[in-house]
Design a protein. Structure first.
Ligand code: SF4
Length: 374
């Protein structure tokens, strides 16, 4: 069966994190209700163009903070999804959750709609750091709800952040050690990147924020591996799991197709990559005018598609499967990218079990190799 992902973007948050440059906003319930209505309208535009939602094999609801929708709205959204997709084909149905929003009622709702993977944005357990990045949650209350969640849905991911300004190696280590004890199935661990138009960026240009230096950041990466490698082997640049690698996210890294619905959502279908507008009012206007709210389209040539396959595929520790590549394009990857042979001869890449991959010790300079291949 071909894989086909569906991503739904909920662009609302209860608070704005100091480092965040995602399309998101703090809004009143009336705007959220309107947005849900327009999500459904956008879905209907695809139905009118005969897009077959019954071919979907995974769903990912992200944001923003999907749980910034009140339960009634989430219920309506899940109900809509159940009407249009064939759940016997759904391999993975993920929703992102803010730890503060977790409740028994919400968990029961997830279970009743067959949601089988929960991604929780923890970032850090250190109270001072949480305060610094403008996030907060009551750990004891979270723990109570987490234990209930774990008894109902076993596939749980924790998002953790490192290189937070002011963060020490010990704080990172304490957070990871405490979270490992909770036995989730998966970790996504990201470095804080200073992005323009964020609270942190404004503080930085005023000289009020000191970033983590390279030496400490490197030690943090080593610490992450030291703590996670045994029970959570790395399988992608930022992702770690032994037996619960994310089906939906692997679609992206394997250059498979997906449809994105909602503000700023990206899609990759029929050799086209496109992205919806990031402006909420343009989103509403386009849909009112019966138009797809798309602001950017890139038509991919065969060469472009192969390059995307390379860029995404080498993000995975297992690399790119040679037979899959050949069956898909009817060409050999070494003919399309002759430099790969040189990389193997020089000992940077290797072929293992029909997969070509970057050797572990060179994984951190992946961008350098990808750049050469392009
Ligand atoms: S990091 Fe997530 S929760 Fe924080 S503002 Fe950005 S989208 Fe919202």
């Amino acid at each position: 069966m071909n894989k086909l992902g569906l991503y739904i973007h909920i662009p609302f948050c209860n608070k704005i994190c100091a480092y965040c440059d995602f399309p998101k906003r703090v809004s009143k319930n009336t705007i959220k209700e309107k947005y849900l209505k327009y999500l459904k309208k956008e879905i209907n535009l695809y139905k009118d163009k005969s897009f077959d939602f019954r071919k979907i094999t995974s769903i990912y609801i992200g944001g923003g903070t999907p749980t910034a929708f009140e339960i009634k709205l989430l219920d309506e959204l899940f109900y809509e999804l159940h009407q249009m997709v064939d759940f016997s084909k759904i391999e993975e149905f993920t929703i992102e959750v803010n730890p503060e929003d977790l409740s028994k009622e919400l968990i029961d709702l997830f279970v009743s709609y067959n949601i089988n993977r929960i991604s929780i944005g923890i970032q850090t357990l250190d109270k001072k750091l949480l305060n610094k990045i403008n996030r907060s949650f009551d750990y004891d209350r979270f723990l109570e709800n987490y234990n209930y969640l774990k008894s109902r849905i076993s596939n749980i991911n924790f998002d953790v952040m490192y290189a937070i300004p002011g963060q020490t190696l010990e704080q990172l280590s304490d957070t990871l050690t405490s979270l490992i004890k909770l036995k989730p199935k998966h970790f996504s661990v990201y470095s804080l990147i200073l992005e323009e138009k964020t609270i942190f960026y404004n503080e930085f240009i005023k000289g009020k924020l000191e970033l983590v230096d390279e030496e400490l950041e490197l030690k943090m990466v080593e610490k992450i591996h030291e703590l996670l490698d045994v029970d959570y082997p790395q399988y992608e640049v930022s992702n770690y799991s032994k037996d619960a690698q994310s089906y939906h996210n692997l679609l992206y890294w394997s250059n498979e197709q997906y449809l994105g619905i909602g503000l700023s959502a990206a899609s990759y279908l029929d050799d086209k990559r496109y992205q919806n507008t990031k402006n909420l009012y343009n989103y509403f206007d386009d849909i009112d005018n019966g138009k797809f709210p798309i602001e950017y389209v890139e038509e991919l040539s065969l060469d472009d598609t192969k390059k995307h396959h390379i860029i995404q595929g080498f993000r995975k520790v297992s690399g790119i499967n040679l037979s899959v590549y050949f069956n898909r394009y009817q060409t050999n990857i070494f003919d399309d990218f002759p430099l790969l042979k040189e990389f193997i001869l020089k000992g940077y890449f290797e072929v293992v079990d029909d997969n070509i991959k970057i050797k572990k010790e060179y994984f951190y300079v992946m961008d350098h190799f990808i750049e050469k291949l392009m």
